[in-house]
Design a binder for this molecule. Structure first.
Ligand code: ZN
Ligand code: ZN
Length: 349
């Protein structure tokens, strides 16, 4: 049973199923109803369905460039069937993966949204540490990487930057070069990955006039849909991709009104990223079964509760402010919106 397997590592399910989600405050929501939640989470497998049905989103890092111990740089893990896909590689992505006891070298494919460093600085670590022989590494095949034009050049630059380390470990430790090869692909918008029923589509979002291309990704598996907005201000493309999706993971940036009034320069942030009101517009129009915030910018030390307050003025649907290692399971029954189709819980950081 999933419940007994997961129970020891839970800090308590923070949210689960549609009715509980709608009134949910951010991560500190109480664990009340945990037993019900566990039963719900378990029900997807109790009928004998196996890992081939498995579709799960894990927020590896929900932060921004802020060097925060609580919020790692932006990164998201999507598990579908037996495949592990990682989208963006912010600071500490490797730490978060290994907290889940996922060997870094076991990731099947990697996807980059754009070239801002807060989405990238964790890539060299994931790449190099994933090549090491201990259980946390063990990549013995090329690292598969997709991203906008420039991704191949990035991979070549990394290879040059770390040429000495690669040569040393190859000679001194006998590490095979296959596992440190990057199989990099510059991809245009459209379907960029399709394997064993898992399809990943890149689409252009709107991260500002000088940051093009910038991608969001849509992941489909056995009738279920997860959309990652990437870094974007309000984008009709995100609305179109996420319409009736099971889960939409969206960026958000909060600038308190007083801060904006005293320092209008902050307004430029909203030319690149979504305010709570922008995100609410997207959620209202796209109507995902569950809207999740990640890449959470809190200017002026604003509390996350302010994000929820502002979203709630116009959006009443299911909403979750993510934390690092928040996990979302999307059951097959989620297709029809049946309660229990989506289960959410928080792993210990
Ligand atoms: Zn960015
Ligand atoms: Zn960013």
């Amino acid at each position: 049973m999933k419940s007994s397997r997961l129970l020891p590592v839970l800090t308590g399910i923070i949210l689960t199923c549609a009715s509980a989600l709608s009134t949910a405050a951010p991560a500190a929501a109480p664990a009340a109803g945990t037993s019900t939640a566990l039963a719900t989470a378990a029900s997807g497998r109790a009928d004998g369905t196996d890992r081939t049905d498995h579709f799960r989103v894990t927020l590896l890092g929900t932060g921004t460039p802020v060097p925060s111990p609580a919020r790692a740089g932006y990164s998201t893990l999507v598990e579908a069937g037996g495949q592990k896909l990682v989208f963006d590689f912010g600071r500490n992505v490797s730490v978060r993966l290994w907290q889940l006891r996922i060997p870094l070298g076991s990731v099947d494919a990697h996807f980059l949204t754009h070239f801002h460093s807060d989405h990238l600085v964790g890539l060299p670590d994931l790449w190099l540490t994933g090549w090491l022989r201990p259980p946390y590494g063990r990549r013995d095949r090329p690292m598969v990487l997709y991203g906008p034009a420039g991704t191949r050049a990035l991979a070549e630059g990394l290879r040059q930057a770390f040429a000495a380390d690669i040569a040393i470990r190859h000679k001194d430790e006998g590490s095979a070069l296959t596992g440190i090869t990057i199989d990099a692909h510059d991809v245009a918008p459209g379907v960029v990955y399709e394997k064993e029923g898992v399809r990943v589509t890149a689409f252009e979002n709107d991260h500002g006039d000088n940051i093009r291309p910038s991608y969001g990704y849509r992941i489909e598996y056995r009738g279920r849909v997860v959309v990652l907005s990437g870094d974007t201000r309000f984008s009709p493309a995100v609305v179109a991709q996420a319409r009736n999706a099971d889960v939409l993971v969206h960026c958000v940036t909060l600038i308190p009104d007083a801060l904006l009034a005293s320092n209008p320069a902050y307004r430029a942030i909203y030319d690149h990223l979504s305010s709570p009101e922008d995100a609410a517009r997207v959620f209202q129009a796209a109507a995902p079964k569950l809207a999740v915030f990640s890449h959470i910018g809190l200017n002026g030390d604003a509390p996350v509760g302010q994000i929820v307050e502002r979203v709630r003025k116009t959006y009443a649907g299911e909403l979750l402010v993510g934390e690092d290692l928040t996990r979302v399971d999307i059951g097959l029954e989620g297709r029809t919106g049946t309660p229990g189709g989506i289960a959410v819980w928080q792993e210990k950081q």
